[in-house]
Ligand binder design. Structure first.
Ligand code: AMP
Length: 143
C-alpha cells in the first residue's frame, strides 16, 4: 500500500508560496519551476496543484488536467534552449528513485552527444537558473 500524502513536502511548500523557486508557468491544474539540481541545462519540473504523492495515487482526471502543461513546457524548453530533444520522466516510490513525494514530471532538454548528469548533483543558485528560465518563459509566450 502507498504511504499517505505529506503536506509538508517541499513542493507543497513551493505551491503554497512558503518556499522559494524559479517559477516558469502556472495554470488551474499545474505549476512549473526549475529543478534546483539540474541534470542538464533547462531541467524543470511540472507538478499538479492537487495533492498527490505520485502517479500511483493521483486521480486520473487531475492527471489529465496537468498533462497539457507538461507538453507545453517540453515544447518551450526544447525551443527556448535550442535543444535537439527532451526527456520527460516521472518516478513513483523509493524503488524508482523518487525522493520528493509530491507528483512531478521532470522535463529535461537533451542535446546530441551530451549525456545527462546523474541525479543529486550540486545545487544551482537561482542566479544561474534565472537566465535559463527566462529563455523558457520567452518560448512559452512566443511558441
Ligand atoms: P525525484 O523525486 O527523484 O523524481 O526527484 C526530485 C527532484 O526534485 C530532483 O531532481 C531534485 O533536484 C528536485 N528538487 C528537490 N528540491 C527542490 C527544490 N526545493 N526546488 C526545485 N527542485 C528541487
Amino acid at each position: 500500500m502507498t504511504a499517505a500524502y505529506d503536506s509538508q513536502n517541499i513542493f507543497a511548500k513551493i505551491l503554497r508560496g512558503e518556499a522559494p523557486c524559479v517559477k516558469l508557468y502556472e495554470d488551474e491544474a499545474a505549476f512549473a519551476f526549475m529543478d534546483i539540481m539540474p541534470r542538464g541545462p533547462g531541467h524543470l519540473l511540472v507538478i499538479p496543484k492537487t495533492p498527490a504523492r505520485n502517479i500511483l495515487d493521483i486521480e486520473a482526471e487531475a492527471l489529465a488536467a496537468m498533462m497539457p502543461a507538461v507538453k507545453k513546457l517540453a515544447v518551450a524548453a526544447k525551443a527556448g534552449l535550442g535543444a535537439d530533444g527532451v526527456t520527460v520522466a516521472q518516478f513513483s516510490e523509493p524503488a524508482s528513485g523518487q525522493v520528493v513525494y509530491h507528483l512531478h514530471f521532470h522535463v529535461i532538454p537533451c542535446f546530441d552527444g551530451v549525456t545527462l548528469k546523474p541525479p543529486g548533483g550540486p545545487i544551482a543558485p537561482a542566479a544561474e537558473l534565472e537566465p535559463i528560465a527566462a529563455k523558457i518563459r520567452a518560448a512559452l509566450t512566443n511558441p
